[in-house]
Design a protein around this ligand. Structure first.
Ligand SMILES: NC(=O)c1ccc[n+]([C@@H]2O[C@H](COP(=O)([O-])OP(=O)(O)OC[C@H]3O[C@@H](n4cnc5c(N)ncnc54)[C@H](O)[C@@H]3O)[C@@H](O)[C@H]2O)c1
Ligand SMILES: [Zn+2]
Length: 366
C-alpha cells in the first residue's frame, strides 16, 4: 500500500495504490471535500464487474451519482463521443463544482479527463485506472486527450486529476494481451531507471504476466508510478525532462499510426519502439553490446504479435509525430540502463545515419 504525493502547487494530488481500495473511493473523495453531483464514465467490462463495487461507497458518502458506459476501443476517444458526454453532462445539470470519474483503461481515462478539462472551462475529475497500462502510466500526470482522424492524441491538454485510485486487484480480470501492453510501459520505466528495477522485471516476468501475483503486481506498479511522478513533478508541462518518458515512443507511435487504430495495443508498439531504440543506441556506439543483447534477449521472450508494415510508411509517420521540433525527429536513446539521453536525429553532435534508423524499424515491422 502506498500514497504517492505529487507536489504540484494548487494542482497537487495523491495517487493511492492499494489492493482492495476500490470500494473505499467514496470515503477518499469525501476527505478531499468532493460532494454533490458525480458522473462515472466507464466501459462495458468494467461496468459489469467493478461499477457495483464502486457505487455503494459513493452513495454512502452522500454523492449524487450518474453513470454512462462507453464502447470499448480507440475510436471512442473522438470529438463525437466527447460531444455526447458534454450533452449528457448538460442534461444532468452538471456545474463547476461537479466531478467526473473515469473507471476504465486509458481510453476512458484520456477521454474523461479531456471532457473534464474543457467542460465549463474545467471541472474536477478522478482517475480509477483498471488496466495495467493505465495504472502505471496513462492515469498519472494529467495528459488527457482525444484522437483526430489524422493522428492519435493530437487534441488534448495537461490537466491534473483530483486524485488517482489504483487497485491492483482489478487486473485479475484483465486479458493477457492487455497485461503485456501495460508491461511494455513498465519495461520502459525500468530501462530509464536502473539495473535493479530492470532485473526485477526480467526475473518477475511470469509473476506479472502469467500468474498475476497480487503483491508482486502492487510492488511493480508502485515503483513504476514513482518513476513517472518524479518526472511529472520536475516537468509538469512536458517542456524538457519529461521527454525521457517517451523512450520507445517515437518509433512506437509511428508503428501504431501506420498499423491503424486498434490493430496493435499501445504497449505492444512501445515494446517494438524500445527494441528499435536499443538497437539504434547500440549501433551508434552509445550502448554496450552485452547490455543491448541482454535487453533484446528479454524482449524476444515476450510474445508480442508480429506486424508487417512498410518501413517508409513508419518513417513518414515519424515526421508528424508530436515530438518533432524544427523538422527533426527526437529520439530517446540509452547510454546504459538507467542512463537515457535525448537525441535529435539529423541535428546536434550525434547524427543517426538514415540506414541505422531504417534497419532498426525494419527489424520490428516484419
Ligand atoms: N495519457 C497518457 O499519458 C497516456 C499514456 C499511455 C497511453 N495512453 C492512451 O491509453 C490508451 C490505451 O489504454 P489501455 O491500454 O488501458 O486500453 P483500453 O482503455 O482500450 O482498455 C483495454 C481493454 O481492456 C478492457 N478493460 C479495462 N479494464 C479491465 C479489467 N480490469 N478487466 C477486464 N477488461 C478490462 C477495456 O474495456 C478495453 O476493452 C490509448 O488511447 C493511449 O493513447 C495515454
Ligand atoms: Zn506510452
Amino acid at each position: 500500500m502506498a500514497k504517492i504525493h505529487l507536489p504540484l502547487g494548487d494542482r497537487k494530488y495523491d495517487v493511492h495504490v492499494e489492493r482492495g481500495i476500490l470500494p473505499h473511493t467514496g470515503q477518499i473523495l469525501n476527505e478531499l471535500g468532493i460532494s454533490g453531483k458525480v458522473a462515472v464514465f466507464t466501459s462495458p467490462t468494467t461496468e459489469k464487474t467493478y461499477l457495483p463495487e464502486l457505487l455503494p461507497g459513493l452513495r454512502k458518502n452522500g454523492l449524487e451519482v450518474n453513470t454512462k458506459c462507453l464502447p470499448s476501443g480507440e475510436s471512442t476517444k473522438s470529438i463525437q463521443v466527447a460531444e455526447e458526454l458534454y450533452s449528457q453532462l448538460i442534461d444532468w445539470r452538471f456545474e463547476r463544482g461537479s466531478t467526473v470519474i473515469a473507471l476504465g483503461g486509458g481510453v476512458v481515462g484520456d477521454l474523461t479527463g479531456f471532457v473534464a478539462s474543457t467542460f465549463l472551462r474545467g471541472i474536477q475529475y478522478v482517475q480509477i485506472p483498471t488496466t495495467l497500462l493505465s495504472q502505471v502510466d496513462s492515469a498519472i500526470g494529467g495528459k488527457v486527450g482525444i484522437n483526430h482522424p489524422l493522428g492519435k492524441n493530437l487534441i488534448g491538454a495537461i490537466y491534473q486529476p483530483k486524485t488517482v485510485i489504483v487497485d491492483p486487484d482489478l487486473l485479475q480480470t484483465l486479458p493477457t494481451r492487455e497485461m503485456l501492453s501495460g508491461f511494455g510501459e513498465i519495461i520502459k520505466f525500468s530501462l530509464i531507471r536502473d539495473f535493479k528495477f530492470f532485473s526485477q522485471i526480467v526475473s518477475g516476468r511470469k509473476a506479472i504476466l502469467d500468474e498475476k501475483q497480487p503483491d508482486f503486481l502492487q510492488d511493480v506498479i508502485t515503483k513504476s508510478i514513482r518513476i513517472k511522478t518524479n518526472y511529472i513533478t520536475a516537468d509538469e508541462f512536458d517542456s524538457g525532462r519529461q521527454r525521457v518518458l517517451n523512450f520507445g515512443h517515437t518509433v512506437g507511435h509511428a508503428i501504431e499510426a501506420a498499423a491503424g487504430f486498434d490493430a496493435i495495443r499501445h504497449g505492444e508498439a512501445v515494446i517494438k519502439g524500445v527494441q528499435s531504440a536499443v538497437e539504434i543506441s547500440e549501433n551508434v556506439k552509445l550502448l554496450g553490446t552485452h547490455i543491448a543483447t541482454r535487453v533484446h534477449d528479454f524482449l524476444h521472450e515476450l510474445t508480442v504479435p508480429s506486424i508487417s508494415l512498410d518501413v517508409e510508411e513508419v518513417l513518414k509517420r515519424m515526421q508528424i509525430d508530436k515530438k518533432v521540433t524544427d523538422g527533426n525527429v527526437t529520439l530517446v536513446l540509452l547510454k546504459n540502463i538507467g542512463d537515457p539521453i535525448i537525441v535529435q536525429h539529423g541535428a546536434g553532435q550525434l547524427t543517426i545515419k538514415e540506414h541505422i534508423l531504417r534497419q532498426a524499424i525494419a527489424n520490428v515491422c516484419r
